[in-house]
Ligand binder design. Structure first.
Ligand SMILES: Cc1ncc(COP(=O)(O)O)c(C=O)c1O
Length: 363
């Protein structure tokens, strides 16, 4: 069995550090916030090159609080690609705003600057850095003057574009530390990254019942803090992230070679200016569902990201969209197939994946 993501080898690298850190936190019996979380926030801000980082309980909260702290709220419209994880659009709804869906470009499947559904009422845009590479930020900014650029950097820890890191380009970014992410916790976690300290302070208040001061609540906030134990894990992993991303790039290159002569497979490509961190290696194949079934039966943990575009999800039925509204994303949803990829995957495992894929395609 080759899983889509194997976290056990990663754990072995950090196990001793994490065990010692957990013991220290438990000894202090200080489980929420504290110096461990503050240190992680400083270290991630430095890694990304932003003025501020505020850790929260998960990526969905990070996106919501990034929106709210950027001044987005009831009545505002926020452009969101339909080919993303549902949480991007849920965050918009939870901030009280309205998602306005958009299609992606056919090659990289990133938000397409040429097809933005811009209206006079467009307030913000969520650039989703899908699969590990950044959406075209300069082109999006040029196509949408006056629209606030926000980033969903959940899948792009360590990615960059024209020398600018993911999370450092928009007014604010939300990211996730769900265990399978390139930088993953041992449970849920997330963070808001921003170059604007005022936005950072607003998120700091919002995540803590609306206020940095105990029992004073000038605005309605939430309880969305990163557990101290998760900060221990994330600090240990952050110092290894660049090396792990290098390993992902080598593995992606190996797939690229191994798949070069597989006729029915369309391999993923890197958009100009991007340094890709390969959160997912997603190919496109015909008869995807049958191929996926055969791979899973052969012990290959392949996956689909994502099978149903957001405009066809029941949660967004009220927006009144139909099949055919976003044809590029709809086609991609029928063809995409994510192959196992993680920093410690071996060449032999990748050869087995590709051999199984060949057989599945021939059947
Ligand atoms: C693109 C994207 N946005 C948002 C999220 C939501 O993050 P979380 O699961 O931490 O709430 C995820 C991951 O789950 C994601 O991949």
């Amino acid at each position: 069995m080759i899983p889509l993501v194997d976290l056990s080898a990663q754990h072995r690298e950090v196990a001793a550090e994490v065990a010692a850190g957990f013991a220290a936190v438990i000894e202090r019996t200080a489980f929420v916030g504290g110096e461990e979380v503050a240190a992680f926030e400083r270290e991630l801000a430095a890694f990304v090159g932003v003025a501020d980082c505020v850790a929260v309980a998960n990526g969905t909260d990070a996106l919501e609080l990034a929106l709210r702290a950027s001044g987005i709220g009831p009545g505002d419209e926020v452009i969101v690609p339909v080919n993303t994880f549902a949480a991007t659009a849920f965050a918009v709804v939870r901030a009280g705003a309205v998602p306005v869906f958009a299609d992606c470009d056919p090659e990289h499947l990133l938000l397409d600057p040429a097809r933005l559904p811009l209206r006079a009422t467009s307030r913000a845009l969520f650039a989703v850095h899908l699969f590990g590479q950044m959406a075209p930020m300069a082109a999006l900014a040029a196509a949408a003057p006056g629209v606030i650029l926000l980033e969903d950097a959940a899948q792009a820890h360590g990615a960059s574009q024209d020398g600018r890191p993911a999370g450092a380009v928009g007014m604010a970014a939300g990211t996730s530390f769900y265990p399978g992410k390139n930088l993953g916790a041992y449970g849920d976690g997330g963070a808001v990254l921003t170059g604007d300290r005022t936005i950072g302070e607003r998120v700091r208040a919002l995540r803590n019942y609306g206020s940095p001061v105990k029992y004073e609540h000038p605005v309605v906030g939430v309880n969305s803090r990163l557990d101290t134990l998760q900060a221990v894990v994330l600090r240990a992993k952050l110092v290894r992230l660049a090396g792990w991303n290098d390993a992902r790039r080598r593995a992606a290159e190996r797939y690229h070679q191994l798949l070069a002569d597989v006729a029915d497979v369309v391999r993923p490509t890197i958009a100009a200016g991007n340094v890709h961190v390969w959160h997912l290696y997603a190919v496109r194949v015909p008869r995807r569902d049958a191929v996926l079934r055969r791979l899973v039966a052969a012990g290959i943990g392949a996956g689909v990201h994502y099978p149903i575009p957001l405009h066809l999800q029941g949660a967004f039925a009220a927006l009144g969209h139909r099949r055919g509204d976003f044809p590029v994303a709809e086609r991609a949803a029928d063809e995409l197939l994510s192959l196992p990829l993680f920093p410690h995957i071996t060449g032999e495992q990748q050869e087995r994946v590709v051999a199984a894929l060949r057989t599945a395609l021939e059947a």
